[in-house]
Design a binder for this molecule. Structure first.
Ligand code: GLY
Length: 437
């Protein structure tokens, strides 16, 4: 091992950019590689940071080739497709110290049927669910459900990975039929689908880091999943976040006992030791917790508001997990509130192709504002200019002593940013519900 560590981060969005800042803060880390990354990650860095685009997230061999090129001391596989592709298994087999769940352990996310069955086996709160591969059988089931109880809230959910867009809200028979038919649009991921009881309540998420036996629980967060204000419009990968989430206050212990510890212990007990980040998507309904889903990595854009609050040396914490020594590390987090507002191409999550290549203005000015950090996602640098290169483009994070200050900083900063032709979209109500009445 060299005197300072080289860290390779696998992923390309704001989450990986936020992780690269956490690694950069570690005195142990000398160099950071991100693959496939995005151009903004290389800009304005304190330590050598290389973006190597020569990998595909669903192609573990291409990521192995990057690892062989840079010989990192730590590889952090932070992205879901890469985990589902067995990247951790392949890199470990080739001798790399790799952080993240193996393909079998990451099944918690990439096979939502298996995940629900795991919750049932391990007595983790879960809504009622059924699974189907035959769409006619599924229609018979919803027909009977709506006959018994019209307007029942259901979610029809692809069991594979769908970039956060695979759960379709359903409130009547016609919608249910259309959503069952829509499962074919998800290809392999929608071949088997779940029909789940919809829970009405306040959503939250929690993140734990684990070495397979021990874990540390980070601050809670809250995502804003739909594209428009007031939770209207289509589902997205996430339009903004806040941490901590007010509604988790007072429920921390129950959540840990019922929804976090049983995952680490259940996985270990089933011979599927879970090393990596566990992401709990939870919901609080009439004072009771329930589970929407588990994911096998940090949320995006939740990492952008939780990771900056970690005061420990993140590289050391990850190293301890890889070596089964997390119990030696006591987690320290700051007490700031952070709000992240996602800047997206107008049209996202639908067709935003006309925005590709348009210039993003004002980023550098916004970055200089007090208490503001900007993480890049679907953007690129062309002839010295920042241009749109995806749906979710960048994340503006404001931090402050409370939610009012954090929100004000994030929104003051994003107001400085525009895309030529008035092509920037962002929600105006991120974290609004967090403000105490
Ligand atoms: N923000 C939701 C996710 O990362 O899955």
């Amino acid at each position: 091992m060299s005197e300072t560590w080289t860290v390779l981060i696998v992923g390309s969005g704001g989450r990986e950019h936020a992780l690269s800042h956490a690694y950069e803060k570690s005195p142990r880390v000398g160099k950071i590689i991100v693959t496939p990354g995005n151009d903004f990650m290389q800009w304005n860095r304190k330590k050598e940071t290389i973006v190597d685009k020569n990998s595909k997230l669903n192609d573990a061999q291409s990521i192995l080739a990057i690892a062989q090129k840079y010989k990192p001391d730590i590889v952090d596989v932070a992205q879901d497709d890469a985990l589902a592709a067995g990247t951790v298994d392949l890199l470990q087999k080739n001798g790399f110290s790799t952080f993240g769940p193996t393909k079998n352990a990451a099944r918690l996310e990439w096979d939502k049927k298996w995940s629900r069955e795991f919750m049932t086996r391990n007595k983790i709160p879960t809504p009622e669910y059924r699974y189907f591969s035959d769409r006619n059988e599924a229609k018979k089931y919803v027909n009977a459900t709506y006959q018994k109880k019209p307007n029942t809230l259901l979610y029809i959910k692809a069991t594979g990975l769908c970039a956060g867009k695979g759960a379709l809200k359903t409130t009547n028979k016609n919608e249910a039929y259309a959503n069952i038919d829509a499962m074919k649009n998800f290809g392999e991921a929608g071949k088997v689908f779940l029909i789940e009881e919809g829970i009405v309540g306040e959503e939250f998420s929690y993140y734990a880091i684990s070495d397979g036996k021990n874990y540390n629980l980070f601050q809670s967060a809250r995502d804003h999943k739909t594209v428009f204000d007031g939770d209207e419009g289509a589902q997205t990968g996430g339009m903004g976040t806040v941490s901590p989430a007010r509604i988790t206050k007072g429920n921390e212990q129950t959540i840990e006992e019922k929804q976090i510890r049983p995952v680490i212990e259940g996985m270990l007990g089933e011979g599927n030791q879970y090393v990596g980040i566990v992401y709990l998507g939870g919901i609080l309904s009439n004072g009771k917790i329930n589970t929407i889903e588990y994911n096998s990595r940090w949320g995006d854009p939740e990492a952008q508001v939780v990771v900056p609050g970690i005061q420990n040396d993140y590289a050391e914490m990850v190293w301890a997990c890889i070596h089964g020594e997390l119990e030696k590390i006591k987690l320290v987090q700051d007490d700031k509130t952070r709000v992240c507002v996602v800047g997206a191409s107008k049209g996202y999550p639908g067709d935003y192709s006309s925005v590709k290549g348009k210039q993003i203005l004002g980023l550098e000015e916004a970055t200089k504002m007090n208490g503001v950090t900007i993480f890049g996602a679907g953007m690129a640098q062309k002839e010295g200019k920042w241009v749109a290169n995806g749906g979710r483009l960048f994340n503006v994070v404001g931090e402050g002593k409370d939610v009012n200050e954090a929100r004000m900083r994030a929104y003051d900063a994003i107001k400085k940013i525009s895309i030529e032709g008035n092509n920037l979209h962002y929600r105006k109500d991120i974290a609004l519900r967090e403000i105490p009445l």
